[in-house]
Write a protein that binds this ligand. Structure first.
Ligand code: SAH
Ligand code: AVI
Length: 378
């Protein structure tokens, strides 16, 4: 029996990728689980204003066909939540609500990465555009593209008019930000792609032109060391001579600063973390009681990473309509929901070099809080 259409394509990707009827008929084996064109939320605050999506130019998202099959949400739950240690990939945070929550986290005083990276990007944007001279900017995990605007401002000043291809799992955020960008930068040709970048980037339409690929926010830190290396190698394979990569990464710093950034007083990071359980309740018919869990984030200096957990506050059994098993959790048991690695300058450069990327310029924020590295294929 077919399940109801999910809200976010990542939840449906694997099921759609192996759609048996289409395999038999030889048609495209990937298709979106529902029409991809959709009006987006109105609550995004983009560039200090609310975006009224009803008034703006409609934007359509194109699905990216995965180059390999990645586990579905139920498979990730079966392996990750029922195994030990209990864990889930962070991509599942980002339904529309999770994306909105992340966007609000970016503005809390304790969460320094966004404003630090933004200030740095503003400072270097002109030099990056002059060096890369892009004909297309591809942004992975673009979210609201709020910092990327510094690159577009520099492009406008330099009369360089690249196309923009944001890639994200959350189509609502792609549509809302695409519409806002089209209004603010009328010259910008925005072509958003919706899909899971961990399922491969090989099917991203290529251009015979210079690409600047940007991966901001320190999202590379949400991968383990092995995942990050594989991802960067795959990215390297996608780049042609003349293409460049701009990678944002958070740096190792005082544990107090890190701890505060992931335990904000307003409780938005806690809400963001708990949102994962809402996603499981909605997508898999689970019955997590959110009040029975607490957000817990700490800096692990041995691994140089923030670890974000959900802790069960009592013994409990969670059932999933879509799965046969029930999940038994004891009071105090934890689910690792995210890691956020913090790098030294040398670690970042060797990670890029190991992936076949040559560092062109390594830009650092004040007090070396955040790095933006411009790299090119070796
Ligand atoms: N680049 C933005 C947003 C960072 S939040 C910034 O720096 O502020 C991480 C973004 O990556 C979210 O928008 C999320 O939806 C997206 N994302 C997370 N996992 C993803 C995946 N596997 N594939 C594609 N996008 C993903
Ligand atoms: C998207 N990513 C880089 C954020 C981070 O800081 O690791 C996600 C986040 N998690 C909690 N707060 C923000």
């Amino acid at each position: 029996m077919r399940q109801a259409a999910p809200r976010c394509p990542v939840f449906a990707q694997r099921r759609a990728a192996v759609e048996p009827d289409e395999r038999r008929t030889g048609r495209a084996i990937w298709r979106p689980a529902r029409p991809v064109r959709k009006r987006a939320a109105r609550e995004y605050r983009i560039k200090d204003r609310n975006v009224n999506t009803a008034l703006s130019t409609p934007i359509a998202c194109e699905p990216i066909r995965p180059t390999r099959i990645v586990p579905s949400l139920s498979e990730d739950v079966a392996r990750g939540l029922f195994g030990a240690p209990r864990t889930l990939p962070p991509k599942y945070f980002y339904d529309e609500r999770g994306s909105l929550l992340f966007d609000r986290i970016c503005d809390v005083p304790e969460y320094y990465p966004t404003r630090t990276e933004s200030a740095l990007l503003q400072r270097i944007a002109r030099e990056v555009i002059e060096t890369a001279r892009p004909e297309r900017i591809v942004e992975l995990g673009s979210g609201t593209s709020r910092k990327t605007r510094h690159l577009f401002d520099a492009c406008a000043e330099l009369e360089c008019h690249p196309a923009y291809a944001p890639v994200d799992v959350c189509d609502e955020v792609l549509v809302a930000s695409g519409e806002a960008l089209s209004e603010d930068y009328p010259w910008l040709d925005v072509r958003p792609f919706v899909g899971d970048y961990t399922a491969g980037l090989g099917n991203l339409p290529r251009r015979a032109t210079r690409d600047l690929v940007v991966f901001l926010g320190g999202t590379i830190g949400n991968f383990t060391r092995e995942q990050a290396t594989d991802f960067l190698r795959e990215l390297r394979a996608m780049l042609a001579p003349g293409d460049t990569l701009l990678l944002g990464a958070d740096r190792v710093k005082e544990p107090d600063v890190l701890h505060a950034a992931y335990n904000d007083d307003a409780g938005l990071t806690a809400e963001f973390n708990l949102n994962l359980l809402r996603v499981l309740n909605r997508e898999l018919g689970a019955d997590f009681d959110l009040a029975a869990f607490e957000h817990y984030a700490l800096f692990n200096p041995l691994e140089s990473r923030i670890e974000m957990h959900l802790i069960a506050m009592r013994d409990q059994t969670v059932t999933f309509e879509g799965l046969h098993d029930s999940l038994h959790l004891r009071e105090g048991e934890n689910i690792l929901t995210e890691i956020s690695r913090k790098f030294t300058r040398a670690q970042l450069e060797s990670m890029l070099e190991d992936a076949g990327l040559r560092v062109v310029r390594h830009y650092e924020s004040d007090a070396h809080k955040f790095s933006l590295v411009l790299a090119e294929p070796d």
